[in-house]
Ligand binder design. Structure first.
Ligand code: UD1
Length: 446
């Protein structure tokens, strides 16, 4: 993900964290970033206005809003409610400057193609966690009857021959890619006939997208399994829809509670979306109680043990929580082995955690973590969204002050993280790079 477009304030602001403060209380979990982004792109499928509720306030949401506006969608966002009026799509070409800032902008390809019969979307490019090709998206759209040419870094897709609509097809994904499943599913909602996606991604965000499309009149079954069946309809209608709670934000707060040996409760959450994380916490000795269908609580645990983690597609352990979970394992009793299977460059937090006194060795995509008794605060650099979250988690438990740089990453994906943590009693403050404020005596609860 390019940083070149972040504002100077984002680039130069830092978070100071004074660690070892016990946390307590309740956190409200925001709507899922990864759902909201794809739902916003999905609004292109409807030639009217869709209202999304529970939309998090994030840089990535603003960016995809800008891309939709450039295509002609009228976007208005106020207090978590987003109105997307896609009655007139005036452009089939997404602007490179905006697409290059946000990989998820490739989500507009499927809906544009389905709605207009043509889409031109620049290749989003790789980002710091890996290459992230879009070949599976492209193969899927081709199977649905699109002619796709990639020229000068732009994916040009249009209906083949003199077709009026995409045509349903049987599509097998070589890998259950979340983004490819979503792009193909959106395109297939308006195709003629039946589409079957085999080896589909089963992530909750895929299910949320299917539910949103169904609320607009799409015929989709099987979302949440590895076989999704879509029967195309000629058009979709307006709807109102509430974004599912963010399981990655919730997991991050569970880990914040665990590493500070604190009791904190979270809602709204869907506990089933956090099964792998809760199972791993329980395996190392950290208890999580499910208090209500939408509320969970992490209980204080003095000692926890190391374990092995391997990231996998859902319902396996989420790659997005690999880095924050590793922060917890740095303080475990014994050794852990963390294997990153989804992205080739998603262990950049290791060097930064070691700067804080962790003992982690890297061998390719495997991190061997030897538990240490304590971490010590240090200046550290967040290199991607979840790596930054991992450093915040580590900072909460470290002795002294940790300064996390690279907030342009953190702000992409966490809605007001420092206010939420302050509300739990953390001593955390955002500042411009040069300022080193005195430690706040009393943390303010908000
Ligand atoms: C989504 C999430 C991201 C999460 C990831 C895996 C969004 C906006 N982002 O990303 O937070 O970490 O799922 O849970 O929803 N791949 C290919 N060819 C393709 C597509 C993917 O080789 O056409 C590879 C990727 O390079 C990667 C793996 O498949 O190695 C998984 O990627 P994918 O599931 O597509 O993740 P995203 O949708 O990009």
């Amino acid at each position: 993900m390019s940083n070149s477009h972040s504002s100077p304030e984002e680039r130069h602001s830092v978070l100071h964290i004074w660690g070892r403060q016990p946390l307590s209380g309740h956190v409200t979990i925001s709507g899922a970033k990864n759902s909201a982004l794809v739902l916003m792109a999905g609004s292109i499928l409807c030639s009217g206005t869709c209202r999304l509720r529970n939309v998090p306030s994030l840089l990535d949401i603003t960016r995809i809003g800008e891309i939709l506006s450039a295509l002609g969608v009228k976007v208005s966002h106020s207090q978590g409610i987003l109105d997307l009026d896609a009655s007139e799509i005036t452009q089939s070409k997404a602007p490179y400057d905006l697409v290059s800032q946000l990989r998820a902008s490739f989500f507009v390809a499927g809906p544009l193609l389905a709605r207009l019969g043509v889409a031109q979307v620049p290749l989003p490019g790789g980002c710091s966690i890996g290459d992230r090709p879009v070949d599976l998206h492209v193969k899927g759209l081709q199977a649905l009857g699109a002619e796709v040419i990639i020229e000068h870094g732009v994916v040009h897709a249009r209906l083949r021959g003199n077709r009026k609509r995409l045509t349903g097809a049987r599509i097998y994904l070589d890998f259950p890619s979340v983004g490819a499943t979503e792009n193909i599913m959106m395109a297939a909602t308006l195709a003629e006939g039946e589409t079957i996606i085999e080896n589909a991604a089963q992530e909750p965000e895929v299910v949320d997208l299917a539910n949103f499309c169904r609320a607009m009149g799409a015929q989709i079954r099987g979302a949440g399994t590895n076989r999704i069946v879509i029967n195309g309809v000629p058009q979709l209608h307006e709807t109102e829809y509430s974004v599912v709670p963010d399981r990655i934000e919730a997991g991050t707060f569970l880990l914040a509670g665990a590493i500070t040996r604190s009791e904190i409760s979270l809602s709204p959450v869907v506990p089933d979306h956090l099964s792998a994380t809760i199972a791993k916490l329980s395996e190392i000795g950290v208890k999580v109680a499910i208090d209500a269908p939408d509320r969970i609580r992490v209980l204080p645990t003095e000692q926890f043990r190391g374990t092995d983690i391997e990231t996998l597609p859902f319902p396996g352990f989420p790659t997005d929580l690999q880095a924050p979970f590793m922060s917890l394992l740095t303080l475990a009793e014994g050794d852990s082995m963390v294997t990153e299977k989804l992205f080739e460059n998603r262990l950049q937090h290791v060097a930064e955690l070691n700067r804080m006194g962790a003992d982690i060795r890297l061998k390719g995509n495997i991190a061997i973590v030897r538990g240490v008794p304590q971490l010590s605060g240090a200046p550290v650099q967040g290199t991607d969204l979840r790596a930054s979250a991992a450093l915040v988690i580590a900072g909460l438990a470290a002795n002294g002050m940790t300064t996390v740089r690279g907030l342009n990453h953190l702000d992409r994906g966490y809605d007001n993280i420092e206010a939420k943590l302050r509300g739990l009693g953390a001593k955390i403050q955002r500042a411009q790079e040069a300022e080193i404020p005195a430690a706040p005596a009393e943390s303010k609860r908000s």
